[in-house]
Design a protein around this ligand. Structure first.
Ligand SMILES: Nc1nc2c(c(CN[C@H]3C=C[C@H](O)[C@@H]3O)cn2[C@@H]2O[C@H](COP(=O)(O)O)[C@@H](O)[C@H]2O)c(=O)[nH]1
Length: 306
């Protein structure tokens, strides 16, 4: 994840549409110190969990599809998680690698009990097929074998996922240079860590190397906290719910500055309190408050990455 951290810092250093406000960071750190509100991983009670390999399979499928819900204003991440959970409870083989490769759009809709086409449904199906195919080809069809092959390293897990599954290669070119986010690959590691409470499939000796997951909720929360400031042009686009192109400078800056700002927040907490907090904890806190705040205005980008 070093490349995520390093390239986010590089973007933040040149950024013009989004500014990381160090006074804003200081204020947040003064208020919370090292007492990050501890959020239970499945605080919404929406996830499948049986303590074993099937949970790992569920989480990989979940994170293969964990992006871009906003074009349907009634759809959210909760529908995806609880729909996949119900499907798995009903049929333990529903996410077997051979079946993942055969899903169709109407079948996925049916599984999620969603009455109309999902946003980017064709991409969602393509990505499910990709996961099924590569799991079968390289990991005996099982996501738990993939996790086992990573020797309890989150960094190795992210590297393995992104090298085997092109759909997880979340990156952009900014001012001619490749920058990395790896949102869904990192969130898979964090979901394992959260679901298995840092044990068995969720044990990672390097969980502190994970950064926050640059989606559309976290930047909006950081802005609300006064940590991010937007140019008047960007503020206006977000204000009228305009779409920001994937790979545009604005989009890359929103995501990279969010990662960089939280890294700075962690540094300051360490200096002030001597404690090392995890990005995973800060992310869950920011995200959980963000998704429960209906008035939060977020940027809109059509993307398969978040
Ligand atoms: N930064 C970050 N972003 C996250 C998640 C999660 C879910 N994490 C699980 C971890 C513990 C909990 O139990 C959660 O279940 C989803 N997202 C993103 O948010 C967006 C939700 O859009 P809407 O549904 O339209 O509000 C969408 O881009 C989605 O990809 C996270 O944790 N951090």
């Amino acid at each position: 994840m070093e490349e995520v951290r390093a390239t986010a810092a590089w973007v933040a250093g040149q950024s013009s549409h989004v500014i990381v406000d160090s006074e804003g960071i200081e204020k947040v750190v003064e208020t919370i110190g090292d007492k990050i509100p501890q959020i239970e991983w499945d605080f919404e009670g929406i996830h499948y969990f049986d303590g074993g390999p099937l949970t790992v399979q569920y989480l990989l499928v979940l994170d293969a599809l964990n992006f871009c819900f906003w074009p349907d204003e009634d759809l959210s991440y909760d529908h995806l998680a609880s729909g996949l959970k119900a499907a798995l409870k009903n049929d333990k083989s529903v996410f077997d690698a051979d079946r993942l490769q055969k899903f169709t759009g109407p079948e996925l809709r049916e599984l999620l009990k969603w009455p109309r086409p999902l946003p980017l449904e064709g991409e969602r199906i393509r990505l499910l097929h990709e996961v099924g195919f590569e799991l079968e080809r390289s990991f005996g069809g099982k996501a738990c074998n993939l996790v086992d092959s990573c020797g309890k390293s989150a960094a190795k897990l992210v590297a393995t996922i992104t090298s085997h599954f092109p759909g997880f290669r979340d990156h952009a070119i900014y001012k001619g240079r490749q920058v990395f986010f790896y949102k869904r690959a990192q969130i898979f590691a964090a979901d394992l860590y959260g679901a298995f409470k840092g044990q068995t499939y969720g044990e990672f000796h390097d969980i502190s190397s994970v950064t926050i997951f640059a989606d559309y909720i976290v930047p909006a929360m950081l802005r609300q906290l006064g940590v991010l400031k937007y140019s008047s042009k960007l503020a206006s686009i977000i204000g009228y719910n305009g779409v920001i192109a994937s790979g545009s400078e604005e989009e890359v800056e929103l995501r990279a500055c969010s990662i960089y700002a939280v890294e700075k927040m962690k540094d300051l907490i360490r200096v002030k309190t001597g404690k090392q907090v995890l990005s995973v904890e800060l992310d869950l806190w920011l995200w959980a408050f963000g998704v429960q705040s209906p008035s939060l205005q977020h940027h809109r980008t059509l993307s398969i990455y978040y």
